[in-house]
Write a protein that binds this ligand. Structure first.
Ligand code: GTP
Ligand code: SPV
Ligand code: MN
Length: 599
C-alpha cells in the first residue's frame, strides 16, 4: 500500500499527544468486527443478544449522562467569530486547541487507538468524501463500520495524497496499569467538547461515546464540516431523508425531507403508503448531500451506509421496514433487555414481559415500574442494505434527481398539515422559519419547547446561519429555475384542543405526498393563501381514512391571529441574526405580514 505522508504524520502527532498503548489500523473485515465485539463482551461493555432471535446483534448501555448529542458542548471554532454566527457556540480555535490539547494529552493511555479510514458516500463517487477517525473507542469502530464504508478500500482510494477530514475522538478516560475499564467510559459533561475547526477541516471530539458526538462521520463531518465544504464548492449538505415514491401508473419521483431530530425522517423514508398501488423506497434517512448534475437537476446522495434510528415508538405497525432492518447485525444502545436475550422498548407494539433489565442495567418489572425501560433516545444501528425497501439506486454515485423538498416540524398548532411555497425564495423563507418542539435527541432542559430550527439544521450548520440561508438562495439562482425542486412545509403533529394528534401520520403521510407529487407534475388542485399554496378542500386523498371533514378543515386551517403572532416571533428570531440576514428573507417576512393583515 502507498504511504500517505500527511496521514502518517498526523497519526504520529496524535499518538504523541494521546499516548495510546498501541495503534490499530481497521481493515473493515468481518473477522475484525467479530473480534472487537468479543473483546467488548469479555469486558462487560457489550451484551451479545440471543443469536436465535437477533443474529449478529449486541446491546450497549451508555453511562446515564451520555445519552444524546450535547449542543451546549458543541463548538464551531472558525478563525473569525462572525463566521460561526449567532446560532453556534464559537470559541477561538487557538484557545480551544490549547484547552483540548491538555485534555487529550495522555487521554488514550492504557487503550488502543483505532485508525478508521471511512468514505461518506459510495467509495470513489465524485460526490463522496473521505475522512479518517482516530478513536480509542471500539464501540465507535463497530458503529462506524455500519454507518459508513470503512477500511482498506478507502485507503486505496485515498492513495498517497488524497484529501481527508481529520476526525479525532477520545472517550477521555485514560487507564492506569491494570485498571479495569468502565462499562461505558466517558468524561463528565463539563469536560465534553465536540469541536469543529472548519477552516482546517478538522474535528476534535472529547469525552462522549454517544452517536452524534462520537461517530464523527455523521453530524460532525457530513453536516457541520460538509456544510462549509458545500458552501465553498457550490453544493448542499442537509439534515434530510431521501425517498422515492412511485404512483400506481409507475411514475417515480424523488423527495427529500428536512425534519429536526426525532421528528419523523426515518419513519417517512421507509413508510408503507396506505394508498393502494403506491410504493415508497428508501435512499437515506438522515443526511442528504445535493449537487447539480450535468442535466441541471439537483441530485442527492445519502453519504451514510446505515441507519442510526430512534428505537422507542418503532413497531411493526408504525415502521415495519425499520423493524425488518434491525432483525440481525444490529447494535442497540440504551434499549431494555428481555430474559430471553432480546430487546424491548416503549412503543415496540406489544406489552413488556413481566421482567426486563432496563437501559440503566436495573431490574424492571411490568407490575411495579413507572420508569421507562428504554431511554427515549435509545437507538439502533443497522446496515441500510438490510432495509426491505432500500431503493436499488441508493448507492448510485450520480445520486437521484430531487423533485420536491419537504421541511417539517412538530407544531401542535399554527402550522397546517401542508403548504407549498410560491417559489424557491419563498421556500427558503419557509425553511428558515421552520420551528419544532425540542426532542430527546439532544440533552436539554427545554424538551417540548418550540424553537426555530432553520431547515432542521440549527445544531448542524458549520458556519454563519445568515450565510447558510444566503447559500440556499444562491443555489436557487439558476438559469433553469423550472428544474429546481418545489418546496413544501409539512406538519404531521398538529393537535386538537384535547391534545390528540389530528393527523394519523406514518403510512397515511403518503396521502400528503400524493398531493406533493401531483403539484410537482403540474396537477393537484390548490388554493392561494397568504402563507402559500394549499390543497383545495378535496385535494388530499382521504379515501378509506377515518377522518371527518371538520378534522381535515382543522388540519388545514390558517388562523390569522396565530399566524400574526408567528410573524412577531419570526421578527424577534430574525433580529437575533443582525444585519447579515439576507435582505430577500426580510422582504419575504414583510410580504407575509401584509398578506395576512389583508386576510
Ligand atoms: P433523528 O434520527 O433523530 O434525526 O430522528 P428522525 O427525524 O429520523 O425521527 P424518527 O423517524 O425516528 O421519528 C421520531 C419519533 O417520531 C418516533 O417516536 C416516531 O414514532 C414519531 N413519528 C414519526 N413519524 C410520525 C408521524 O407521522 N406522526 C406522529 N404522530 N409521530 C411520528
Ligand atoms: C439526530 O440527533 O439528529 C440523530 C442522532 O440523527 S445523532 O447521530 O446522535 O445526531
Ligand atoms: Mn438526525
Amino acid at each position: 500500500m502507498m504511504v500517505h505522508k500527511k496521514l502518517q504524520a498526523w497519526i504520529e502527532e496524535v499518538a504523541t499527544m494521546c499516548q495510546p498503548d498501541q495503534i490499530y489500523w481497521c481493515d473493515g473485515s468481518q473477522e475484525e468486527n467479530d473480534r472487537l465485539f468479543q473483546e467488548m463482551v469479555n469486558k462487560g461493555q457489550a451484551i451479545r443478544l440471543n443469536p436465535e432471535k437477533r443474529p449478529g446483534s449486541y446491546l450497549f448501555r451508555s453511562h446515564p449522562s451520555d445519552v444524546a448529542r450535547v449542543e451546549d458542548r458543541t463548538f464551531i471554532a472558525s478563525g473569525k467569530k462572525e463566521d460561526a454566527g449567532p446560532t453556534n457556540n464559537w470559541v477561538d480555535p487557538v484557545a480551544l486547541k490549547k484547552t483540548m490539547t491538555t485534555l487529550f494529552t495522555g487521554s488514550m493511555k492504557g487503550r488502543t487507538m483505532y485508525v478508521i479510514p471511512f468514505s461518506m458516500g459510495p467509495i470513489g463517487s465524485p460526490i463522496s468524501k473521505i475522512g479518517v477517525e482516530l478513536t480509542d473507542s471500539p464501540y465507535v469502530v463497530v458503529n462506524m463500520r455500519i454507518m459508513t464504508r470503512i477500511g482498506t478500500a478507502v485507503l486505496e482510494t485515498l492513495g498517497a495524497d488524497g484529501e481527508f477530514v481529520k476526525c479525532l475522538h477520545s472517550v477521555g478516560v485514560p487507564l492506569k496499569d491494570g485498571e479495569t475499564d468502565a462499562a461505558w467510559p466517558c468524561a463528565p459533561i463539563e469536560e465534553k467538547y465536540i469541536s469543529h475547526f472548519p477552516d482546517q477541516r478538522t474535528i476534535w471530539s472529547y469525552g462522549s461515546g454517544y452517536g452524534g458526538n462520537a461517530l464523527l462521520g455523521k453530524k460532525c463531518f457530513a453536516l457541520r464540516i460538509a456544510s462549509v465544504q458545500a458552501r465553498d464548492e457550490g453544493w448542499m449538505a442537509e439534515h434530510m431523508l431521501i425517498l422515492s415514491i412511485t404512483d400506481p401508473q409507475g411514475n417515480k419521483k424523488y423527495v427529500t425531507g428536512a425534519f429536526p431530530s426525532a421528528t419523523g425522517k426515518t419513519n417517512l423514508a421507509m413508510h408503507i403508503p396506505s394508498l393502494p398501488g403506491w410504493k415508497v423506497e428508501t435512499v437515506g434517512d438522515d443526511i442528504a448531500w445535493m449537487k447539480f448534475g450535468e442535466d441541471g437537476r439537483l441530485r442527492a446522495i445519502n453519504p451514510e451506509a446505515g441507519f442510526f434510528g430512534v428505537a422507542p415508538g418503532t413497531s411493526l405497525e408504525s415502521n415495519y421496514n425499520a423493524m425488518r432492518s434491525i432483525e440481525k447485525n444490529t447494535i442497540f444502545t440504551n434499549v431494555a433487555l428481555t430474559d430471553d436475550g432480546d430487546v424491548w422498548w416503549e412503543g415496540i407494539g406489544y406489552d413488556a414481559p413481566e421482567h426486563l433489565i432496563d437501559w440503566k442495567g436495573n431490574d424492571w418489572t411490568a407490575a411495579d415500574s413507572n420508569a421507562l425501560a428504554a431511554h427515549p433516545n435509545a437507538r439502533f444501528t443497522a446496515p441500510a442494505g438490510q432495509c426491505p425497501v432500500i431503493a436499488p439506486e441508493w448507492e448510485d454515485p450520480a445520486g437521484v434527481p430531487v423533485d420536491a423538498i419537504l421541511v417539517g416540524g412538530r407544531r401542535p398548532n399554527t402550522i397546517p398539515l401542508i403548504h407549498e411555497s410560491f417559489d424557491w425564495d419563498h421556500g427558503v423563507f419557509m425553511g428558515s422559519t421552520l420551528s419544532s418542539e425540542i426532542t430527546a435527541a439532544t440533552i436539554s432542559n427545554d424538551i417540548g419547547q418550540v424553537r426555530y430550527d432553520p431547515f432542521a439544521m440549527l445544531p448542524f450548520i458549520g458556519y454563519n446561519v445568515c450565510d447558510y440561508l444566503q447559500h440556499w438562495i444562491d443555489i436557487g439562482a439558476q438559469p433553469e429555475a423550472d428544474k429546481l425542486p418545489k418546496i413544501f412545509y409539512v406538519n404531521w403533529f398538529r393537535k386538537d384542543e384535547s391534545g390528540k394528534w389530528l393527523w394519523p401520520g406514518y403510512g397515511d403521510n403518503s396521502r400528503v405526498l400524493k398531493w406533493v407529487i401531483e403539484r410537482v407534475s403540474g396537477q393537484g388542485a390548490a388554493v392561494k393563501t397568504p402563507i402559500g399554496y394549499m390543497p383545495s378542500p378535496d385535494a388530499i386523498d382521504t379515501d378509506g381514512l377515518d377522518i371527518s371533514a371538520a378534522e381535515m378543515k382543522a388540519l388545514l386551517y390558517v388562523d390569522k391571529k396565530l399566524w400574526l403572532q408567528n410573524v412577531d416571533l419570526i421578527k424577534a428570531y430574525y433580529a437575533g441574526f443582525g444585519d447579515r440576514l439576507p435582505q430577500s428573507l426580510r422582504l419575504q417576512l414583510e410580504a407575509l405580514e401584509q398578506r395576512l393583515t389583508a386576510l
